[in-house]
Design a protein around this ligand. Structure first.
Ligand code: PEP
Ligand code: MN
Length: 321
């Protein structure tokens, strides 16, 4: 922790701060730093709580915490293994499926075709967070038996988005990985509930969220019990295909700091299936551990995101199967 002191603070005033800092940061060791003081704190979790009170002290200009101090669990990279339900040891992992589950026949056809084309898990979204309240919101609970059937038929794990805390328990009973979508990355009650579910969680980066915000949301999940966690970079675009892109630098930084598997979602980053294919290749070359990607047997009739959904043939070209 760096405690920046106000410029021109006298040595005496600086010394007066020391007992207050010792009280707020029990067990800390302080040394001089170019802009003030550097504090080595035995338990960084207490440090985050103490920051506002340290900033109240006269003479303190501000406090900086490193990613590892802010997110000790998310940044505990060396103690980490991801053991289930996906296997990241044999190359990139592909989670594929339509944007939303719409009806049984086409979903099961997609599930089987995508498995044959190299999918390791299925997108199985029943609840869709839509920008318009008039747009298709997902088929909801009636879809649970459809995705359960797809799981039985293919043997593939299911990835589904929970958009509300009240969905977590019932979705967890059938699905293997709970997705926290970009819009909900900052929904802290949902993060706590997903962490407590005992299921693996896939956490997307919110549009325009910084690395720090993303890691803090990961920290919520781990703090509340998540044992298996995947991160997923999905870019900053919501509606437009004008500025498609994934922040691959940020994706790599997240991977380096956390040691967690980090996926890329080229579909929502591009809003266009040709660009999605190109971004997918770029993300894998940049070190993505896998892809969350929209693909189905019938993109042209999809009620949601059909234009960015890959055909099964294009998906197969990506997996190389
Ligand atoms: C999705 O993956 O289904 C989705 C809604 O994406 P995002 O949360 O990234 O917008
Ligand atoms: Mn979509």
């Amino acid at each position: 922790m760096i405690i920046n002191l106000q410029k021109n603070l006298s040595a005496a005033a600086g010394r007066e701060l020391l007992p207050a800092l010792a009280r707020l940061l029990p067990g800390c060791r302080l040394r001089r730093a170019p802009s003030g003081l550097a504090a080595a704190v035995p338990d960084p979790r207490g440090a985050a709580d103490a920051v506002p009170r340290i900033e109240n002290l006269p003479g303190v200009a501000g406090v900086l915490l490193s990613h590892a101090e802010l997110c000790p669990l998310a940044c505990a990279r060396d103690k980490r293994t991801f053991s289930k339900p996906l296997d990241f040891r044999r190359g990139p992992v592909f989670i594929a499926g339509p944007c939303a589950v719409e009806e049984e026949k086409s979903y099961l056809a997609s599930a089987l075709a995508l498995k044959a084309a190299g999918a390791h898990a299925l997108r199985a979204a029943l609840f869709k967070p839509r920008s318009s309240p008039y747009a298709f919101q997902g088929i909801g609970w009636p879809g649970l038996k459809i995705i359960a059937k797809a799981k039985k038929l293919t043997g593939l794990p299911l990835v589904t988005e929970a958009t509300d805390t009240r969905q977590v328990g019932r979705l967890s009973a059938v699905c293997d990985i709970l997705q926290v979508g970009a819009r909900n990355m900052r929904n802290y009650e949902l993060l706590k509930e997903a962490g407590r579910s005992g299921r693996a969680v896939l956490l997307k980066r919110a549009m325009h969220a910084t690395l720090k915000e993303w890691l803090l949301s990961a920290e919520y999940l781990l703090r509340h019990g998540a044992k298996e966690l995947l991160l997923c970079e999905r870019g900053d675009s919501v509606f437009s295909s004008d500025s498609p892109g994934l922040d691959l630098g940020l994706m790599r930084e997240a991977k380096k700091l956390t040691g967690l598997p980090v996926l890329a979602d080229p579909s929502h980053a591009s809003r266009n299936r040709e660009i999605a294919g190109t971004l997918a290749v770029r993300a894998l070359r940049a070190g993505a551990d896998g892809l969350l990607i929209e693909a189905s047997v019938s993109p042209e009739t999809a009620r949601v995101d059909g234009r960015q959904t890959l055909t099964v043939a294009s998906f197969r070209a990506l997996t190389g199967k």
